[in-house]
Design a protein around this ligand. Structure first.
Ligand code: FES
Ligand SMILES: [Fe+2]
Length: 366
């Protein structure tokens, strides 16, 4: 299998073969793509608590993970270094935390402070008795954690687009949070997100607020940015005159970061979708809402998120069933409307080619 599974030239390329959407071993192999940067929380989530377990990161990677605000903000393992008890179940304000199993304590830097009945233990404590630390990176108040590969930070090239928004000052509004379970493969959710091609057909209400002819897609290493233009008279961003999109009526910036993070910026604030692969045919999608200006949330592209989500889910569930068809395998891309999907499939096919190469090496295949 070569990297050219999905050709670089979108005009001749074919979409991913349907087995990518239902094969159990492919599903498991591609989970390795989730061990890079994962969105954890917004800075405003840390204001009340010193320790915050990040449930969705555990759901995605299997690693119980906490964000801890001590002398600095850190990401670390939520597993006690003694015999593996989970340390913290709920966000809390503790300054020292104690394992409920045998009483080991840790400070907010993750250092082990005390352990009963270990006076006679030799070579104790050592570094491995402190909590394991994960890489943490913050972009404009958005905290990302990496549990494996610390690749490039794809958001770093986006500042010229997003500097004008004071994302850091947004506040989490839990009334906007959602937790959806969809009977479909996670990549179908991503595919659907990465094109606005379906908007006139699937989202009549959204189509009224967007100027479909002005919808654009930009691809970059590790992500895709789609820009929705506001229909005449609808709510739009106030862009400063040094902004690359100055003079245009922008209703929404839809930013996807590989593999599973979606940041939807509207004049009212930010809606984040976190995609969690559950099984080859089941996906959870978490929504998190961060508000800048509540008054703007009732109009425009950002006002009908629940309606749009349900419309998307219905379509995706149908497509998921079709992936098992014996007669459908691959399709083609619209060169003008599906650059984002093509980019995603290219990343997946490159990743898959690497995995296949490694597997062949391990098995001694020439
Ligand atoms: S597992 Fe935590 S003190 Fe024993
Ligand atoms: Fe959609």
């Amino acid at each position: 299998m070569s990297e050219e599974l999905v050709a670089a030239d979108i005009r001749v390329a074919q979409t991913l073969p349907s087995r990518f959407y239902h094969d159990e071993s492919l599903f498991k192999s591609l989970l390795s793509t989730f061990y890079g940067w994962q969105y954890a929380i917004h800075k405003s989530d840390l204001s009340q608590n010193s320790i915050t377990p990040i449930e969705h990161i555990e759901a995605i990677t299997g690693e119980p993970t906490i964000i801890v605000k001590g002398s600095e903000v850190k990401a670390m393992s939520n597993i006690c270094t003694h015999r593996g008890m989970r340390l913290v179940g709920e966000p809390c304000t503790k300054s020292v935390f104690q394992c409920e199993y045998h009483g080991r304590t840790f400070d907010l830097d993750g250092a082990m402070k005390h352990m009963p009945e270990f006076e006679q233990a030799i070579g104790f404590p050592s570094d491995s008795d402190n909590l394991h630390q994960f890489a943490l990176s913050t972009w404009k108040g958005l905290l990302f954690v990496s549990q494996g590969i610390e690749e490039a930070q794809p958001w770093q090239g986006l500042n010229n687009r997003f500097d004008f928004l004071d994302i850091e000052s947004f506040t989490h509004d839990p009334s906007r949070d959602r937790d959806h379970t969809i009977a479909a493969n996670w990549m179908l959710y991503v595919d659907n997100y990465l094109e606005g091609f379906h908007i006139p057909f699937v989202h009549p209400e959204l189509n009224q607020t967007l100027d479909y002819s002005g919808y654009t897609t930009e691809v970059f290493d590790g992500g895709v940015l789609q820009i929705g233009k506001a229909a005449h008279g609808d709510v739009k961003f106030e862009l400063p005159d040094n902004h690359p999109d100055y003079g245009q009526d922008i209703a929404a910036y839809y930013l996807w970061l590989f593999p599973n993070m979606m940041f939807n910026f509207y004049p009212w604030g930010l809606s984040v979708n976190i995609v969690i692969p559950v099984s080859p045919s089941q996906t959870r999608v978490l929504y998190r809402g961060y508000v800048k200006d509540e008054n703007l949330a009732k109009e425009g592209a950002g006002s009908i998120l629940d309606t749009v989500e349900i419309q998307d889910q219905e379509i995706i569930e149908h497509v998921n069933k079709s992936m098992l068809s014996k007669v459908y395998d691959r399709g083609r891309y619209s060169p003008t409307r599906e650059q984002g999907v093509h980019h995603f499939h290219r990343i997946i096919s490159t990743w898959y080619a690497e995995l296949t190469k490694e597997k062949d090496l391990n098995e001694g295949v020439e």
